[in-house]
Design a protein around this ligand. Sequence first.
Ligand SMILES: [Zn+2]
Ligand SMILES: [Zn+2]
Length: 653
Amino acid sequence: MAGTGFDLFSDRSVVAMRVDGELKDLATTLTGTEQVEPITIDSEDGLAILRHSAAHVLAQAVQRINPEARLGIGPPIQDGFYYDFQIDEPLTPETLKAISKEMERIQRAGQRFVRRVVSDDEARAELADEPFKLELIGLKGKAAQGRDGESVEVGAGELTMYDNVDPTTGETVWTDLCRGPHLPSTRMIGNGWALERIAGAYWRGDQRNPQLQRVYGTAWPSKDELRAHQTRLAEAAKRDHRKLGRELDLFSFPEEIGSGLSVWHPRGGIIRHEMESHARARHLAAGYSVVYTPHISKADLFATSGHLATYAEGMWPPLHMDEERDAITGEVTKPGVDYYLKPMNCPMHILIYQERQRSYRDLPLRLSENGTVYRNELSGALHGLTRVRGFTQDDAHLFVTPEQLEDEVAKVIEFVLSLLRDFGLSDFELELSMKDDEKAKWIGSDEYWESSTNALRRVALASGLGLTEVPGEAAFYGPKIDLKTKDALGRTWQLSTVQVDPNLPERFGLEYTAADGSKQRPIMIHRALMGSIERFFAILLEHYAGAFPVWLAPVQVVGVPVADHHVPYLERVFQELERAGIRAELDTSGERMQKKIRNASLAKVPYVLIAGDADEAAGTVSFRLRDGSQDNGVPIAEAVARIRTAIDRKSQV
Ligand SMILES: [Zn+2]
Ligand SMILES: [Zn+2]
């Protein structure tokens, strides 16, 4: 049927359409031969269109208030949108309020978004006062591949302007260079949006460029969804691991050491120690060996591994060592060697494999290490423990025969799920990264890709977890499985990776002797379960909002005497706790009892044990739990056993 999207879709939640695979405005004229699908406002594409349309309204509001404001870009982002402006005066929360008011007016006016194709010259003439937009026109085509939001404005095809047209007068009130599509009208932005904050941003992300002011906003199909989003944000801010890390005295980033390098305080240290010891015991039980390797290596190793060719920008600059100079002339008599901090542990584990002849009987060989690696993250990208410059991977490399591959991957997946469940995580899904049809991108035979991808797929399906397949996301040498988990706030985190790799064994010429005496090449499996221990710790800290399960709690019990003369009695009780390996602290400070209980609660201690006259006479203690509930008159032996059991079972209380 010829006509427009408005003729095809009467449902008001349809805000755009996909025509032969491309997103288009509903107003696009159709011939009737295209394949057309509706885009509803609550779909991923629909939300992006809503948010991007809200960004236009934001820009229009800013220019209404300040006609001198110059426009940068305004793409949709996760949960919202932003727009960059060049404005002389700094924006403030007060100006944001005024901008919001203006946006409401534009929203209510129900301006239509109207697409108009222009030539480069026409666009240049229209945008003569918008230097940043002019620059984008020059980038057309290139910007389509850009990783910033520029592709929102100009793509590889024709240039388009979007006019905001007043529905009563038919007059164009505002225009922006944009590829679209947009909502049919500003009215459809509804009232599920809000401006959130102001930030600085360099034009096109380059600090040599002018600094612009960025306004962030959020937009949802309804006011209820906006409120739910704001509640999630507030809860996430309360749980921010950087804030909890300070409040609970767990870790810090001393400026004297350098950006992105953490130190762990006693309370954070004991949690990490428990995490690592538990994981290590489980690795040993699962047939892994433990190895140790240095933090640095000569450049040659990373040349052989290919890291220097493909990963150099992710590595710290080299240290130059062992250079010798003539004492008098200063001439170099012995050239030095470059050393690099390791960005990955794999090459060093390979050297351990290569230290002796390997036979098929040695395989699978599972080498595990909590290996500290260093990566050159931009200082602006650093974020608490989740984005750092030095971190420890719970890394392992498995060297297997091709026949063992599927079985070993299955064991790894089973192992990772079981270990993550020990930490109280329960909501998992898998992602299988595969090759796509682009020929030049991948190495290895079609048979290898098919068999290894099928093996991973069978293992993933057998796990019973949700599985998404992503063509084109594999490493150039092999497929991988990523495991994602959801935390208590429903946020998704990528944790574990299991990566099949025949490439490094090839580069290093690894071999084993097969049963028939022939030399064969093993396959490597790279796998990290927590990924980065620092980041995993941060995820757990936010997941539990600092109230760790008993086995991980830095202090498991705080003792509170009702009066000073109950201290000796509690000291005897605490000897029993310590004998049972329970981390207990007796609060003998001069504070009042209620204050002591409050302090223990702020420190998120699982158990407070209180004792007064009745308890002392009966040989009992009284429990007070995190939720404020109390259990009085518990005999000492029973109290110790109760806490010990909660630790051993990794229970949350
Ligand atoms: Zn637009
Ligand atoms: Zn590796």
